[in-house]
Write a protein that binds this ligand. Structure first.
Ligand code: AMP
Ligand code: MG
Length: 328
């Protein structure tokens, strides 16, 4: 795999045209992309990631006017969501048209559609005659890739080019929404929050599986699997009791904000939700490179963007959440 810059996009385009894989920046996280209309190219994504064959991919379009080519907008709620939140870090699940190969959606009759706003992603899509199918650029189960260093070793043989766009602006994957019985339902929280959607539509549900393990039939198959986890064991912990879990004879790394503690290494994930989202996956990768015995991550509130952060961290920690007050 070669690292290229924005002024070398033609190389990435040639690769995509040949049915190969590239990695490209978006405002959420980096994407592992292939021609979404070429089922053989799409197969290569599942192989490169070790992704389960029932976890569907998001299709990235250059603009929202293209949606009608690939999906059917069935109601005004869907229309409104598109008008307000696209382009941006927002994925809408729509009824699929036949042009999208069935392996993109893992045989579902719906497809996740997104129009990224990132300048490089947009420029790339503008130059192509097809949309890009892309999951996050990480091996399955691992934290999403938000910068070149964290991605490059995992895809040396399976990907032709990675386009370097620096650190991902947001750092967490898109909000995934499906309209069910005319009400938007958040299947995966992200930068576009429940509150943002309520302001536009009035009512918004969230999936019951944001914080608990799913099994069997779920609206979003991605919820079924281990995700966002470094190699090192992690626990999620309320600020007040972090000290109780630090064993000073072991290499314990703590990730949080403004903590005054003694441990092997401490990483500050920033003050605001935006800071935490931006930094968290990169810090988890760094902690893995430090070869720690344990990573303790400070829990945040679940208000606003905190919902998306905690949804990822609960999985990072395999649901091991130590609470200060069990009733909180
Ligand atoms: P990733 O590609 O790693 O960002 O993951 C994409 C997420 O979108 C996963 O959680 C998928 O389950 C979800 N997704 C994609 N397409 C669909 C669909 N047609 N229906 C429901 N969820 C979807
Ligand atoms: Mg992913």
């Amino acid at each position: 795999m070669k690292v290229i810059k924005e002024d070398d996009l033609d190389k990435a385009i040639e690769s995509l045209n040949k049915g190969n894989l590239i990695i490209f920046p978006t405002e959420t996280v980096y994407g592992l992309g292939a021609n979404a209309l070429d089922s053989l190219a799409v197969d290569k994504i599942f192989a490169a990631k070790n992704r389960q064959s029932n976890n569907p991919l998001i299709v990235h379009l250059k603009n929202k006017e293209e949606i009608n080519k690939y999906a059917i907008i069935n109601n005004d709620v869907e229309r409104k969501l598109i008008n307000y939140f696209m382009p941006g870090p927002f994925t809408l699940i729509l009824q699929k048209k036949d042009l999208i190969p069935s392996n993109v959606t893992c045989q579902l009759d719906t497809v996740g559609i997104r129009v990224p706003i990132d300048k490089i992603a947009h420029k790339l899509l503008e130059k192509l005659s097809f949309p890009i199918a892309a999951p996050s650029a990480n091996k399955s189960t691992k934290p999403s890739g938000t910068n070149v260093l964290d991605i490059i070793d995992d895809f040396t043989d399976s990907v032709d080019y990675i386009i370097d766009g620096g650190d991902s602006l947001i750092g967490l994957e898109s909000t995934v929404v499906k309209v069910i019985d005319n009400i938007p339902t958040i299947l995966r929280p992200g930068f576009i929050t429940k509150e943002d959607i309520e302001e536009v539509i009035g009512k918004c549900h969230v999936s019951e599986y944001l914080f608990k393990k799913a099994d069997g039939q779920v609206e979003s198959p991605g919820m079924l699997y281990k995700h966002y986890a470094p190699k090192t064991e992690c626990i999620l912990c309320d600020k007040e009791i972090i000290n109780d879990f630090i064993d000073t004879t072991k290499k314990v790394i703590v990730i949080g904000h403004n903590l005054n503690i003694t441990c092997y290494k401490y990483y500050d994930y920033g003050k605001t939700f935006e800071d935490i989202a931006h930094n968290i996956f990169k810090l988890l990768r760094q902690a893995d490179r430090d070869k720690a015995d344990l990573i303790i991550i400070e829990a945040t509130s679940i208000k606003s963007l905190g919902l998306a952060i905690m949804n990822r961290l609960i999985r990072t920690c395999n649901y091991n959440y130590k609470r200060y007050n069990e009733n909180s």
